[in-house]
Design a binder for this molecule. Structure first.
Ligand code: ADP
Ligand code: MG
Length: 267
């Protein structure tokens, strides 16, 4: 990692948005999958990322949540550099424990739910608060029950994932992502693995989060959702942000040929 000079990085981290992504590059082997991505997300904003398969959308989300390390550039969440801290005028990589602490501010929901199969709905939700955060069990459980109610699953508290539909599993996964009161929640194609009739119930939960002012970055192919819920739509292709704007701008009057070509295929 070639860290940029500290003062510049620290200044950038402290400015503006809740999430600041600044000139991020990431390669796997010889292939550069993020090629200078910069994006600012304001508190309370809902940003939808669109783009063809392989354009780097998942990798970008994963860099925000420490699941991938950037090769160059930097990311900050609420003024804290992701993966680094400043000490003695230099940047130091965070240790594992510090990374875990930083990650508690960032919720993530995956395409394939990723619930623990051997834990019930409520146990999935309290896992991180109790075992990673050492919060009191009774308090974590009370919060989990609130969250299950919020996602419409009060009747599934003690049920195992295999007894739930895909839509219900994903709603548990959303409740789990909210359990540590994150500053932002990242969604990576949250409805792509669902049967069509189950997509709506999950989108409704995400929509209610958006309405309540939670900051969201959502990678999705659900264009109706993007149009209705996004404050801003970002179009990625080949590791770069090609174009961004309001849903009206992107869907109504895309400027770039690659955006037009993509939208003509998916709408
Ligand atoms: P998207 O989510 O837009 O479909 P990804 O971020 O998953 O795109 O992938 C971007 C590119 O990076 C793809 O070519 C993919 O094959 C490659 N890639 C993603 N993760 C890895 C990895 N862990 N190792 C090697 N290549 C990867
Ligand atoms: Mg992806």
């Amino acid at each position: 990692m070639n860290s940029p000079a500290l003062p510049a990085v620290a200044a950038a981290a402290a400015t503006r948005g809740l999430v600041e992504i600044s000139d991020v590059h990431k390669s796997f082997g010889q292939v550069e999958v993020l090629r200078g991505v910069s994006l600012t997300v304001e508190p309370g904003e809902v940003v939808v990322i669109l783009g063809p398969s392989g354009s780097g959308k998942s990798t970008l989300l994963r860099t925000i949540n420490h699941l991938e390390k950037v090769d160059a550039g930097h990311i900050s969440v609420d003024g804290e550099l992701v993966g680094y801290k400043a000490r003695g005028g230099r940047l130091h990589e965070l240790r594992e424990k510090e990374i875990l602490a930083q990650r508690t501010h960032i919720g993530m929901v995956f395409q394939n739910f990723n619930l623990f199969p051997h834990l019930t709905a409520v146990e999935n939700i309290i896992e991180a608060p109790v075992y990673a955060q050492h919060r009191p069990h009774a308090q974590a459980r009370a919060r989990a029950l609130e969250l299950l109610e919020r996602v419409g699953l009060s009747d599934k508290v003690d049920v195992y994932p295999r007894q739930l539909s895909g839509g219900q599993q994903q709603r548990v996964a959303i409740a789990r992502a909210l359990a540590l009161d994150p500053k932002i929640v990242l969604f990576d194609e949250p409805t792509s693995a669902l049967d069509p009739e189950l997509v709506g119930e999950v989108l409704d939960v995400i929509r209610s989060l958006a309405d309540s002012g939670t900051t969201l970055i959502v990678v999705t192919h659900e264009m109706g959702f993007a149009r209705d819920v996004a404050d801003r739509v970002v179009f990625m292709d080949q590791g770069q942000i090609v174009e961004e704007g309001t849903p009206l701008q992107i869907f109504g009057a895309p400027q770039h040929e690659r955006t037009k070509a993509f939208l003509s295929k998916v709408i």
